[in-house]
Every structure is written in structure tokens, then in C-alpha cells.
Design a binder for this molecule. Structure first.
Ligand code: DMJ
Length: 624
């Protein structure tokens, strides 16, 4: 036992440590808030490049209104469709037992209690696949003159060269690691060190006809063991980046090794679904999870987007392997979320208990933690050719509520009708929009065509305008991670307004915005929506917008060896963050490349993209 004196000095010590810690945070924040740097605007900088001003360099006179949040956070393949569908239809069999066995070491309660009563049979799903209305605009709308064609192709080539620049940086300095740190030319391993960039980039390389690069990557991947993990892995990130990447690269190339790896990985993650309700744990240790002693995941609080964004990947795995229980796992998650109590129809709160299957809070967001759950409702419906009506119903309810409660006009002088997508917390509207939410216009557009909801397309076009406007309203031409806006009719404090107007005029903040998190993580969402709207409407102005964004990325994010995210998208001194997410290869560059490709390259009428932009072939009716 600890003596009284020891206890006392231990407490004193702890208090002293806490005081020192709080004092350092206070000093650091004071330093950030009161220091201003006026370097020139010419080129991006590395935030640590000058140790004496590294902190102030991310601050400008917008500091008072800017959150300083950390950065933590062709081949024509159409003919492959039939081959794949024909190959696997015969193999659909029930082997549920094998799969639940794997997770038996984990104490997860009585799973039978929560199994869906009206279990949907995967064979039945396959038999009910039907043709859905076309998503892409009539080919005639894509007509171009020879000059327009030449321009488009030169832009596409520019994106391809950008990809090669980034890829070569990865090959030279980070080969085999998850991601390249593009300024220090070192690497990071936040995704279990399986080579996240390599897997995420595979299908983009195939689409760009970079077959040599594709081959060297698959040679490496052939020796990666996807069945173990050093630490806990994120089930969501592993599914969307690795599993999605392997599956789509397999569908495009037909390389059986990739399907085998996808199966290894998909199977290895199955125990994470063995919670009392079937809602997967957010993180899982593949190795410890299989030991006899079992493994206790640290969180019993499921995150909506993480639980709901495994649907496409596991349904595709079921289709390609013939193991229908992969589908059962994810269908059960949908059923639990569908049945859980909600205060507003179609609004699914961000946290859900894996034990009770009920929602924990009432926060609603189409940005972080909510986003891809909604995206997958309509995408699963499209992928399975409308075979399960539940997905249409859930999606339509959500979009109706989103349109009713979360869309507001802002106070942007030159665009008085600009619409913003906010969120909902504790019963009130939150006037804050996220870059992540800029996938919504694309989602609305595909939903509008599929389900004949013309109003959704109008909203999609307006919201895409807002997302592009946010890019266009900063000194770099790149949009912020999040921003808080004034809602139409809301009074603005006169003193604040004076200061804000100066910042708005200098593009330090977008007009009508009073606070922003100026990080840019090389995110794709705005470009994704521009690409989808181009394919849905044939309107070439989306290509112009995408090109402007690509030029801004070239100017501000390019480094000697690759591309880097930014710590601020506005200000006199732009600072790079030495990070290149694997989704830059999977999504940002792919969507840009496709925006400048012929419309039948990865047509939205044949493919559905997973949330990491990995194209999956849609199921076709009567293929057996
Ligand atoms: C990607 O990993 C996926 O698009 C995910 O759904 C959301 N965030 C990133 C890209 O920003």
C-alpha cells in the first residue's frame, strides 16, 4: 500500500503536471492568436520550414474567426460485366456457419435475439434484380467539336501526369507503406502498413491505362498478408480503402489474386460484426480477435457512417465469392438501424449502441460520421437493381427530411439564393457546412435519376454551386474543411460585420461565413459531385469548374515529390501539411480524370462507386 506521504506527494505531483500542461496549452494558444505573419502569397510553405514562425504562419488576421482545428483527421470495361456476373451466379451458397465460427472466441451476447425476423435471402435478391432508369445524360448531350475534344484530352493528360508525379513519389520514398509524407519524403502507416496507397490507387491506374504501374503494385500485394493486424484497425477505413480497392481492381483486371486477397481480408474482419446486435465494432484487432482468450473492443458506441458503409463491399464480396453470409452480415446492420427508434423519420443519429441497437444521441449530419451511411442507401439500391425496396424507402425518407430541415439560404450578397447544408444537434439547426458533405450533390443526382425525383436534381445543382463557391471564395481557390455561415434573416453584430467584410473582400473567408477550419486534406467530395453532375446533365461548365480546382491543387498542393494537403486555404501565407491521403489516388485524381474522359468510361449506368470511389459493376437482371 502507498503511504500517506507518498499519496500526498503523488497527488501534488499530478496537480503540478496538470497545471504545467494547462499552462503550456494556454501559452501556445495565446501565441497562435496574437502573432501575425505577412509573408508573400507566392507559393505554399511547409509548416515546420521555419521553426521560428511555423505556428504563426498558419494564422492570419482571420484568426479571431477561424477555428484552428488540427489535421487529424481505358479500357472499356463494359464487356467485363457479363463475365463476372455469369461466373459467380452459380456459386451462391449458404455457408453461414463457417463465418460465425471465426468469431466464437468473443463474448458477444446472444446474437439470435436480434437476427432479422424477415431475413432477406441473397439468392432472392439476385433474382429480383431489375433494370433501373438511366443515370447518365443522353449521349447526344456530350457532343463536342474537335477543338473541345483536344482541350478535354489535354486536361485529362494533365491529371494523369499529376497522378504519375504523386505515384512516383510514393514509389521512391514510401513503397509498401500506407502513405507518403510528401515534403519530408518519409512515410506513415496508419492503415496497418498493408500499403493503403497502393491498394487505393490500383483501379485508378487501370482506368488511366498505367498497366506497368498496376503490375508492380499487384506483384507487391500478392505477398501481403491481410489476415493479421498489429493493432486495432478501423473496420470502416479498411473496408472502404482496402476491401473496396481490391474488389474493384479485381473486377476491372480479372486478376484472381486480388479476389483471393479481398476474401482473406473480408473474412478476417467478420468477427467484428459479432456484437450483440450485429452492428460491427468500429475497430478490431484481427490477430487478437481470433485468440482463445477473446478480445474486447474498446468502444460499444457504433458510429453511423462506419456501421452503414460496409454494405456495398460485403454485398459485392458475396456476389463474387458465392458466400451469401457476407451479405447477411451487412443486411442485418441495415435492419437494426432501420428498426431503431428515431425522432424524425429518415434522420439517423450519429451514434448507435452495438448492444441495444438503439441510437444514443440525436445529432444528425450528412457530413462526418453520417455521410456515407446515406450514400450507401441509394448506392446499394442501384447496385442490386432495386431488388430490396427497403433501401429506396430509407433513402427517400432521409432525403425528404434533409431537404426540409437541413437546407437554408445564407447571406451571400452576390448569391442571395445560395443554399447551404447544415446539420442538426439537440433539436436545433447548426449553420455549419463540411467539405465532406459536398458528396451530397452527387448522391442527390444519381438518386434523382434512379427514383424519378426531379426536385432532387435541382437541389443537387444548387448545392454543387455552393461547394464550388466555397472553393472560389478563398485566396487559393480551394475550399475549407468546414465553415459556419450566417443564415438568411439572422442579424449580424455591426462591429463584427466591419471586420468580416474586410476579410470577405480579401477572400480570407468566403462571403457570409464567420468562421472556418481552413484545412484541405486533398479531399475529393466537390470534384466527385462535379463529375457526377457532368455525367447526369452533360453540362460542360462542370468540366470548367473541375479544371479550375485542379489548377489550384497544382499551384498550392504540389511538392517536389508529390502533392500535399494544406493547413490553410486562405491567408497571405499558405502552408502545406506534409500529408497525402491514399484517397487522393483513389478518389480525387480518379474523379478528375473521369471528368475529362468520354462519358462511357466507367459509365454510371454500369457502375456504382463505393465511398472511396472504387467502381463496382452493377448487378444485371436475368444474367443466369
Ligand atoms: C474518404 O475516405 C471517403 O470518401 C469517406 O467516405 C469520407 N472521407 C474520405 C475522403 O474525404
Amino acid at each position: 500500500m502507498m503511504s500517506h506521504n507518498n499519496q500526498f506527494s503523488w497527488r501534488l505531483n499530478t496537480r503540478l503536471r496538470i497545471t504545467i500542461f494547462l499552462l503550456s496549452i494556454f501559452l501556445l494558444l495565446t501565441y497562435q492568436i496574437f502573432t501575425v505573419d505577412n509573408d508573400d502569397l507566392d507559393k505554399p510553405e511547409q509548416w515546420w520550414s521555419n521553426t521560428s514562425n511555423s505556428l504563426e504562419s498558419i494564422d492570419t488576421d482571420i484568426t479571431n474567426f477561424t477555428e484552428l482545428t488540427d489535421v487529424t483527421d481505358t479500357t472499356d470495361t463494359n464487356d467485363i460485366t457479363d463475365t463476372i456476373n455469369n461466373n459467380y451466379i452459380g456459386k451462391i451458397v449458404e455457408i453461414n456457419n463457417d463465418i460465425t465460427e471465426t468469431g466464437k472466441a468473443v463474448d458477444t451476447g446472444d446474437l439470435n435475439n436480434t437476427q432479422s425476423t424477415n431475413k432477406i435471402d441473397f439468392l432472392d435478391v439476385i433474382n429480383k434484380v431489375s433494370y433501373l432508369p438511366k443515370i447518365q445524360s443522353d449521349p447526344i448531350n456530350f457532343f463536342e467539336t474537335p477543338e473541345e475534344k483536344a482541350l478535354r484530352e489535354s486536361r485529362r493528360e494533365s491529371v494523369k501526369q499529376g497522378f504519375l508525379h504523386a505515384w512516383n513519389g510514393y514509389v521512391n520514398y514510401a513503397w509498401g507503406s500506407d502513405e507518403l509524407l510528401p515534403i519530408t519524403n518519409s512515410s506513415s502507416n496508419n492503415f496497418n502498413g498493408w500499403g493503403a496507397t497502393m491498394v487505393d490507387a490500383l483501379d485508378t491506374m487501370w482506368i488511366m491505362d498505367l498497366k506497368d504501374e498496376f503490375k508492380s503494385a499487384t506483384n507487391y500485394i500478392a505477398n501481403v498478408d491481410f489476415t493479421w493486424s498489429k493493432n486495432d484497425i478501423s473496420i470502416f477505413e479498411t473496408t472502404i480503402r482496402y476491401l473496396g480497392g481490391l474488389l474493384s481492381a479485381y473486377e476491372l483486371s480479372g486478376d484472381e489474386m486480388l479476389l483471393q486477397k479481398a476474401k482473406d481480408l473480408g473474412e478476417a474482419m467478420i468477427p467484428a460484426f459479432n456484437s450483440p446486435t450485429g452492428i460491427p465494432y468500429n475497430t478490431w484487432n484481427l490477430t487478437k480477435g481470433l485468440t482463445a482468450n477473446g478480445y474486447q473492443p474498446y468502444s460499444s458506441m457504433g458510429i453511423l457512417s462506419q456501421a452503414g458503409t460496409l454494405l456495398l463491399e460485403y454485398t459485392k464480396l458475396a456476389q463474387l465469392t458465392g458466400i451469401s453470409s457476407y451479405f447477411d452480415k451487412v443486411q442485418l446492420v441495415t435492419d437494426v438501424l432501420d428498426k431503431a427508434k428515431k425522432s424524425i423519420p429518415g434522420f439517423y443519429p450519429l451514434f448507435v449502441s452495438q448492444t441495444s441497437g438503439q441510437f444514443i444521441n440525436d445529432d444528425i449530419n450528412f457530413g462526418g460520421m453520417g455521410d456515407s451511411f446515406y450514400e450507401y442507401l441509394i448506392k446499394e439500391y442501384i447496385y442490386i437493381g432495386g431488388a430490396i425496396d427497403q433501401y429506396r424507402r430509407m433513402y427517400e425518407e432521409s432525403i425528404d427530411s434533409m431537404s426540409k430541415y437541413l437546407i437554408k439560404k445564407g447571406q451571400v450578397k452576390v448569391y442571395p439564393d445560395l443554399l447551404f447544408l447544415g446539420s442538426y444537434s439537440h433539436g436545433s439547426f447548426v449553420a455549419r457546412m463540411e467539405h465532406l458533405a459536398c458528396f451530397v450533390p452527387g448522391m442527390l443526382a444519381i438518386g434523382s435519376k434512379t427514383l424519378d425525383r426531379p426536385k432532387d436534381l435541382e437541389l443537387a445543382i444548387e448545392l454543387a454551386e455552393t461547394c464550388f463557391w466555397a472553393y472560389n471564395s478563398t485566396t487559393t481557390g480551394i475550399g475549407p474543411e468546414t465553415f459556419s455561415f450566417f443564415v438568411k434573416g439572422e442579424p449580424i453584430d455591426k462591429n463584427k460585420l466591419k471586420l468580416l467584410t474586410t476579410q470577405w473582400n480579401n477572400k480570407l473567408l468566403p462571403y457570409g461565413v464567420y468562421q472556418m477550419n481552413g484545412n484541405y486534406l486533398l479531399r475529393p467530395e466537390t470534384i466527385e459531385s462535379l463529375f457526377i453532375l457532368y455525367r447526369v446533365t452533360g453540362d460542360k461548365s462542370y468540366q470548367e469548374k473541375g479544371w479550375e480546382i485542379w489548377q489550384a491543387i497544382e499551384t498550392w498542393c504540389k511538392t517536389q515529390t508529390a502533392y500535399s494537403g494544406l493547413r490553410n486555404v486562405a491567408g497571405p501565407n499558405i502552408v502545406q501539411n506534409d500529408n497525402m491521403e491514399s484517397f487522393f489516388f483513389a478518389e480525387t485524381l480518379k474523379y478528375l480524370y473521369l471528368l475529362f474522359s468520354e462519358p462511357d468510361v466507367i459509365s454510371l449506368d454500369n457502375y456504382v462507386f463505393n465511398t472511396e470511389s472504387h467502381p463496382f459493376l452493377r448487378m444485371l437482371p436475368n444474367y443466369n
